[in-house]
Design a protein around this ligand. Structure first.
Ligand SMILES: Cc1cc2nc3c(=O)[nH]c(=O)nc-3n(C[C@H](O)[C@H](O)[C@H](O)COP(=O)(O)OP(=O)(O)OC[C@H]3O[C@@H](n4cnc5c(N)ncnc54)[C@H](O)[C@@H]3O)c2cc1C
Length: 354
């Protein structure tokens, strides 16, 4: 009877949400990233991962920000995946920018009342920034870069630049906090098209948010890659150039080819260090992890630190003039040849993107 009375009371409370009333059955909290009013694909992958923790797991998405873009993102979040059972929205200027300190405090506050069994985020710059701080505040040890979920407490993650896989059992207190590699939890096409359910959206009561974090870090600015090009982390096709391109001017060939293929551009660390392209294009152990359907590598030797970031690609094509280059050991198709002949020929022969 008490539960029924509470449910009745809740159903009469539109929108305004007190965090003390988060349902205990919502056991996984996913930290959502959004941009221009849309939930990012890596967050949907985090939902896919969260759902695989257990069959009866219900998933709450936590969004923070302010203004119309947050409202639009919340709407998108409510229907972005059939497994989302609730969307929690923290609307405040304090979350205008994704700064880790206020976010970590927010996660701590939500966890204290929601008592989630798991907190999941994508292994993106945002997740890697926020999750360890929140874990420290909650006094638990996070598990990072999860690529496989064996059970709700057993996970697989790569170590030694992906050369070995480590199975980790979590034996600590709740919440078990995870960052997941989105490339390992692809979004099934059916769920992307699904319009079947719309999860309820609730506003988080921020009146008890501890504000002693304020002033510790400051937002300076944000630069993002060319919006015309697909995002490197989630693109279906990636064209990567290495030091073999020899100059920034020559690297434009790679960009032209990527444009023709509707692909994202990637680079090796050597190409980035030589100043051919900015470092947000770096693929590898210390760059982005990608797993596109097609990965084309030009003038890339195939150092283990680079392979760590692209070895899960479905089809790998490599062009290198050195027949012994290690990239050919992971390539499905290899061409021993001069990229300065091959790329112009490809650009010429591939038809213009419609
Ligand atoms: C801690 C650490 C982290 C690192 N993290 C990363 C990382 O995240 N990502 C990363 O990429 N690297 C990383 N590196 C660097 C890595 O070890 C390699 O140095 C780097 O990947 C090499 O880049 P490359 O293949 O472009 O250059 P090179 O190794 O110099 O290879 C250039 C290739 O181009 C070929 N070539 C030259 N001219 C032509 C031509 N005309 N036609 C065809 N082929 C041609 C050559 O045969 C050669 O194989 C890391 C290193 C360390 C120590």
């Amino acid at each position: 009877m008490a539960t029924r009375a509470l449910l009745n009371a809740l159903s009469k409370r539109p929108l305004h949400f007190s965090t003390t009333l988060i349902s205990r059955s919502a056991s996984t909290l996913v930290l959502a990233e959004h941009e221009n009013g849309s939930i990012k694909a890596q967050t949907v992958s985090a939902v896919v991962a969260a759902k695989s923790l257990s069959e009866d797991n219900s998933v709450s998405l936590l969004l923070a920000g302010s203004g119309q873009s947050l409202k639009d993102a919340a709407k998108h979040a409510a229907s972005c995946h059939p497994s989302v059972s609730q969307v929690l929205v923290a609307d405040s200027d304090k979350f205008k920018y994704p700064i880790a300190e206020p976010w970590a405090k927010l996660v701590q506050m939500i966890q204290q009342s929601g008592e989630y069994s798991h907190i999941v985020s994508a292994s993106s710059s945002f997740g890697k920034n926020v999750l360890p701080r929140a874990a420290a505040l909650l006094d638990v040890s996070p598990i990072t870069d999860v690529i496989e979920i064996s059970s709700s407490s057993q996970f697989v993650r790569p170590i030694y630049a992906g050369n070995a896989l480590c199975t980790v059992r979590y034996t600590g207190a709740n919440p078990c906090m995870l960052t997941i590699r989105s490339t390992s939890f692809p979004i099934p096409p059916s769920s992307a098209d699904s319009k079947c359910n719309e999860a309820p959206i609730s506003e988080v009561d921020l009146s008890t948010l501890d504000e002693d974090y304020l002033g510790k870090s400051r937002y300076v600015g944000h630069t993002s890659q060319d919006a015309e090009r697909p995002d490197l982390g989630s693109a279906r096709v990636v064209v990567t150039g290495g030091r073999g391109l020899k100059s920034a001017e020559n690297f434009k060939m790679v960009e032209k080819l990527a444009e023709k293929l509707g692909a994202a551009v990637g680079a090796t660390r050597a190409a980035v260090d030589a100043g051919f392209v900015p470092n947000d294009l770096q693929v590898g152990q210390t760059g982005k992890i990608v797993a596109p359907e097609l990965y084309l590598a030009f003038g890339v030797s195939g150092a283990i630190q680079h392979i760590a970031g692209m070895r899960d690609s479905k089809v790998i094509v490599a062009v290198n003039r050195d027949a012994d280059a290690p990239i050919f050991q992971v390539a499905d198709y290899g061409l021993v040849g001069d990229l300065f002949e091959v790329i112009p020929e490809l650009i010429e022969k591939i038809p213009e993107k419609k």
